[in-house]
Design a protein around this ligand. Structure first.
Ligand code: ANZ
Ligand code: ZN
Length: 808
C-alpha cells in the first residue's frame, strides 16, 4: 500500500492549481452567482507569517472552497497593507530603507502564503495589490481629493493625541486607555494643525446596520464608540453681564435641582464671564488643564478640581443663581463645552460639589424607599429612577416621562433647543511619518490651500535617505518634493509634507481588488457593482472601531458620490478566535510562539490547517498542543489508506446499509458544521467515518462523496485522492454532496403524551431513552403536569410512540 507524501503532493497541486487558474474568478463577467470572500490583508512587517495569519487564511480558504463547491463564483483576493508603521518600523530596526525592506518582505510573504495552498490570487498585476505602490496610492490620493472637494476633508488646529514613541499624532481610535495602540507609549495632547476626515457628518448613517450579518458585540462596540446622545441645549443668562452660557444636557428633568454650572477651561467664553479678581486663578487653572489628556479628564472617580469664575448663571425655572466654575471635567469637544451641575442626581456632579465645598445639593427625585430629605453621601445620589419631586410641573412623573415634557416646556419658552450629540470625533488622518501616502495638497502664498489636480496624480512618494521619525514629517527633507509651482497661479509654492494614516489606505482596498489593474480610474463602476458588497469578511475583532468603522465611512461616502451602488461594504462579518499556547496569548516575550513553518515543513500544510481548525470552533479559537497535531497527521494517513482499500465483494446487505448510513450521516453532519464554520465538527465527523470504514472499505461512489467533504478542509489531499479515483477535473469543480435522507437514521423519536386518553403534549426524545426517563420527562412537561394534579393510578408506555397516564 502506498503511503502519503504530503510535502511532494502539496507542491505538485499548488503548481497545477496556479497553472489551471483554479483560484481565478471571472471578474469581468461572473458566470455563476458571485461570492466575494475576503480576509483582512496583512502588513508586511518583516516577521514571518505567524500562527494568527494562518488561523485566518487557512479557514478563510476553506470557506471559499466550500462556497465554490456550493456553486458560487468565488473571488478570494489577497494583497498587502504595505504603507504604515509595521513596514516602517522594521526598516528603522534594520537600517535598510523601507522601500527595499517592503519589497523584500512582500516577496517573502507571498511565498509563505503560497505554501498554505489557498485560492488566493497573488500574481503581480492581478489582485495582489500593494498599498505602497504608486498604482495604488494614486487612487488613495484621489479618494482624499474626493473628500476634500466635498467638504469632508479639512485642516484645523486642535488639541490632538501625540505619541512620543511613534513621534506622530494619532486618531482617537488609535488611543487605547491613554496609550498608543501600537507602541503602548503614554499619549499626550498637543495643539497642532492637522488634517481630518469629517466622519462625524456620517454618524447617523453609520448607526444604521440594517441588512448586515455582523457579530452583535462588534455592532454594540461601534454604536458605543459613535455614542449618539439625544439631549437639549439650555441657555442661561449670566447675572449682571451681557453674556449667556449654553449647556448640553441629556437630563433636563433634573433642572429644578441644578445648583451650579461648569465651563470648560479652554471655552472661548471662560475669560469673558470671569470676574476680574478671579482671572489669575482661572488662567492658572487653564494652564494646568492643558497638560492633561482628554482621557485623564474623563477618568471616573478621579478627584475633582475646579475654580470659581465669580459669575452666576440664572436658572429661569427657579430663579436660582448658579455659581459658574471652570473645571477640567467639562470637555471642550463634547456638547457645548458647558455642563449644568445637578449634584443630587449625578455622581460626578456630586463629587465636584463635595470638592468645592459650598455648593447646594437639591433633591428632585425621591429615594428608593421614599426618602425626601437632603442627600449627604455618594450612596444617596439617585441617578435615573424614581419619582420626581420639588419640580412643579414634573412632580409625580418618572424621569423617563419627565424628559420629553421638560424638553417641550423649555422649547416652548425659548429656553432650550433639542439637539443630538455624538461621542464620535472627526478622524485625524495626517501623520508625521515617512512611510505613507503623501497628502495631495499644495500651499501657495497667494491662493492658500490648493488641491493637486487629478491629472497630476500620483504625488509620488519621495525617496528620502533620512526617514527616521523626528516629530515633523521626513518628507520635508526632500527639497525637490517640497518646492513646487502652484497649480493655480504658478507662483512658487510648497507641498503638504504629512502623510496619510495607513487606515486610509485600507479603508477602500476591497473596492480596488475587483479591478486592481485599472490605470484609468480607481475602479470601474460596472465591475465593482457586480462584486460589491463583500459577502464574507473575516478578520480580527480588534478592528471594530478602527478599520471596520473607517471602511464603512469611506464606502458610504463613495456610495453617496455615486461611485458604488452598495450601501455597506461588508455584508457578513466573522471574527476568528485566537490561538493560545498553554492557555496564554502567544508572544515573543513569553517565548511561547508556535512557528508555523516548522510544522508545515514536517507534516504539510493540510495537516497544519486542519489541526488549527480542529482545536475548536473557528470563532472561539483554541489552544495549541504540539502533540495534538500528530493526531491529525495520523488521520491524514488513515484517510489516504482508506481510499486504497477495496470494498470486499462478500459484504452482506446489512453491512452495506450500515456503511451507507455512516457515509450519509457524515455528509449531513459535516455539511451543517461547515456551513456554520464549525470546521472542527466536520473534521471530527470524517475521523469517525475513517475509524468505521477503514477495515471494510468504501465503494467508489462513497469514496467520491467523502473526498468532496474533505476537499475544503484538506485541499491537497482531497485533490490527490480525487485524481487517483480517476478524475481529470479538479474536485473543486464538483458540487458539494447532499445527504440522501433515506440513509439517515433518525436519532430521536416523538412520543405522544396522553392524560386520561387526551393528547396533552408531544416529546422528542433520543432513541435510547429508557422507559423510566421517558415517563419522568413526560410527568414534568408543563402541558401534561397541569392535568395530573390528582393521583396517578396507571402509567402506559409504548416504546417509540405513546406515554400515557391515568389520573384520579
Ligand atoms: C445635567 C445632568 C443631570 C446630566 C444629571 C447628567 C445627569 P452622558 O451622561 O454620557 O449621557 N455633559 C454635557 N456636556 C459635557 C461636556 N462638555 N463635558 C463633560 N460632561 C458633559 O452625557 C450627557 C451628560 O454629560 C449631560 O447631561 C451633562 O450632564 C454632561 F442628573 O446634564 B448632564
Ligand atoms: Zn497660487
Amino acid at each position: 500500500m502506498q503511503s502519503y507524501n504530503a510535502l511532494e503532493v502539496e507542491k505538485k497541486w499548488q503548481a497545477k492549481w496556479r497553472e489551471s487558474g483554479l483560484h481565478k474568478a471571472n471578474l469581468a463577467s461572473p458566470e455563476k452567482e458571485k461570492y466575494y470572500n475576503l480576509t483582512m490583508f496583512p502588513y508586511p512587517s518583516g516577521d514571518k507569517l505567524h500562527i494568527g495569519h494562518w488561523y485566518n487564511y487557512g479557514p478563510v480558504d476553506t470557506w471559499g472552497r466550500y462556497m465554490k463547491m456550493k456553486g458560487y463564483e468565488v473571488f478570494q483576493p489577497m494583497g498587502f497593507d504595505s504603507f504604515g508603521l509595521p513596514a516602517e518600523n522594521y526598516a528603522i530596526k534594520t537600517g535598510v530603507h523601507p522601500a527595499e525592506t517592503t519589497r523584500a518582505n512582500i516577496d517573502k510573504m507571498k511565498q509563505q502564503i503560497g505554501a498554505i495552498g489557498g485560492m488566493y490570487d497573488l500574481e503581480p498585476g492581478g489582485t495582489g495589490l500593494e498599498t505602497s505602490s504608486p498604482e495604488y496610492y494614486k487612487w488613495t490620493q484621489w479618494l482624499f481629493l474626493q473628500l476634500y472637494k466635498n467638504g469632508l476633508a479639512y485642516r484645523k488646529e486642535a488639541p490632538v493625541n501625540w505619541c512620543p514613541g511613534c513621534m506622530t499624532v494619532l486618531a482617537n481610535e488609535q488611543v487605547d486607555e491613554g496609550k498608543c495602540e501600537r507602541c503602548k507609549s503614554e499619549v499626550v495632547q498637543k495643539n497642532l494643525r492637522q488634517w481630518f476626515f469629517k466622519i462625524t457628518s456620517y454618524a447617523d448613517k453609520l448607526l444604521d446596520y440594517e441588512g448586515l450579518e455582523w457579530p452583535e458585540k462588534t455592532v454594540l462596540m461601534q454604536k458605543h464608540w459613535i455614542g449618539r446622545k439625544e439631549g437639549i441645549n439650555i441657555t442661561y443668562k449670566i447675572k449682571s453681564l451681557d453674556e449667556a452660557l449654553t449647556v448640553f444636557t441629556t437630563r433636563p428633568e433634573t433642572n429644578f435641582g441644578a445648583s451650579f454650572v461648569v465651563i470648560s477651561p479652554e471655552h472661548p467664553q471662560t475669560l469673558a464671564i470671569c470676574a476680574p479678581e478671579q482671572k489669575a486663578a482661572v488662567v492658572a487653572y487653564l494652564e494646568e488643564t492643558k497638560k492633561k489628556s482628554e482621557l485623564d479628564r474623563q477618568m471616573e472617580g478621579r478627584k475633582k478640581t475646579g475654580v470659581f469664575t465669580g459669575a452666576y448663571a440664572i436658572n429661569e425655572l427657579t430663579g436660582y443663581e448658579m455659581p459658574v466654575y471652570t473645571a477640567d471635567y467639562a470637555l471642550m469637544g463634547f456638547g457645548t463645552g458647558v455642563v449644568v451641575g445637578v449634584p443630587g442626581h449625578d455622581l460626578r456632579d456630586f463629587e465636584f460639589a463635595e470638592a468645592m465645598g459650598n455648593i447646594e445639593i437639591i433633591r428632585v427625585i425621591k429615594g428608593p424607599h421614599g426618602e425626601m430629605g437632603p442627600i449627604t453621601c455618594k450612596e444617596e445620589v439617585q441617578e435615573d429612577e424614581g419619582e420626581i419631586i420639588n419640580s412643579e410641573i414634573l412632580d409625580g412623573l418618572t424621569p423617563l416621562q419627565a424628559i420629553p415634557k421638560m424638553m417641550d416646556y423649555l422649547e416652548s419658552r425659548g429656553m432650550g433647543k433639542r439637539v443630538v450629540n455624538f461621542r464620535l470625533r472627526d478622524w485625524l488622518i495626517s501623520r508625521q511619518r515617512y512611510w505613507g501616502a503623501p497628502i495631495p495638497i499644495i500651499y501657495c502664498e497667494k491662493c492658500g490651500e490648493v488641491a493637486v489636480p487629478d491629472e497630476d496624480l500620483p504625488v509620488v512618494h519621495p525617496h528620502v535617505e533620512d526617514y527616521v521619525p523626528k516629530g515633523t514629517s521626513p518628507l520635508a527633507g526632500s527639497e525637490e518634493f517640497v518646492n513646487v509651482k502652484c497649480p493655480r497661479c504658478s507662483a512658487p509654492a510648497k507641498r503638504e509634507v504629512d502623510t496619510m494614516d495607513t487606515f486610509v489606505c485600507s479603508s477602500w482596498y476591497f473596492l480596488r481588488y475587483p479591478d486592481a489593474g485599472n490605470a484609468q480610474e480607481p475602479w470601474s463602476k460596472d465591475r465593482v457593482n457586480q462584486w460589491m458588497p463583500v459577502d464574507m469578511y473575516i478578520g480580527g475583532p480588534e478592528h471594530a472601531c478602527m478599520h471596520l468603522l473607517y471602511a464603512r465611512f469611506i464606502h458610504k461616502v463613495m456610495h453617496d458620490l455615486g461611485f458604488v451602488e452598495a450601501k455597506e461594504p461588508f455584508k457578513r462579518l466573522v471574527h476568528q478566535g485566537m490561538v493560545t499556547k498553554d492557555g496564554a496569548k502567544m508572544s515573543k516575550s513569553k517565548g511561547n510562539v508556535v512557528s508555523p513553518d516548522e510544522f508545515v515543513n514536517k507534516y504539510g500544510s493540510d495537516v497544519f490547517r486542519m489541526y488549527l481548525m480542529f482545536m475548536g470552533p473557528f470563532t472561539d479559537g483554541g489552544d495549541w498542543n504540539d502533540r495534538g497535531i500528530t493526531g491529525v497527521a495520523r488521520f491524514v494517513d488513515r484517510f489516504y489508506r482508506m481510499m486504497q482499500v477495496e470494498q470486499g465483494e462478500g459484504m452482506d446487505e446489512q453491512e452495506q446499509t450500515q456503511l451507507r448510513q455512516v457515509v450519509h450521516q457524515t455528509v449531513a453532519r459535516a455539511s451543517e458544521a461547515v456551513a456554520n464554520m464549525n470546521f472542527n465538527v466536520a473534521i471530527a465527523a470524517l475521523m469517525e467515518l475513517t475509524n468505521k470504514a477503514l477495515e471494510k472499505g468504501l465503494n467508489k461512489e462513497q469514496k467520491e462523496i467523502v473526498t468532496k467533504i474533505l476537499a475544503p478542509l484538506a485541499p491537497h489531499l482531497a485533490e490527490e485522492v480525487w485524481a487517483e479515483l480517476g478524475h481529470k477535473e479538479s474536485v473543486f469543480n464538483e458540487e458539494w454532496p447532499k445527504a440522501d435522507p433515506q440513509f439517515l437514521v433518525k436519532s430521536t423519536v416523538t412520543y405522544a403524551v396522553q392524560v386520561n386518553g387526551k393528547l396533552r403534549a408531544t416529546l422528542d426524545l433520543p432513541i435510547e431513552t429508557s422507559k423510566e426517563e421517558a415517563l419522568a420527562t413526560a410527568r414534568a412537561h408543563p402541558n401534561a403536569a397541569k392535568f395530573m394534579l390528582g393521583e396517578i393510578v396507571k402509567e402506559i408506555f409504548v416504546p417509540g410512540k405513546i406515554i400515557g397516564f391515568v389520573v384520579k
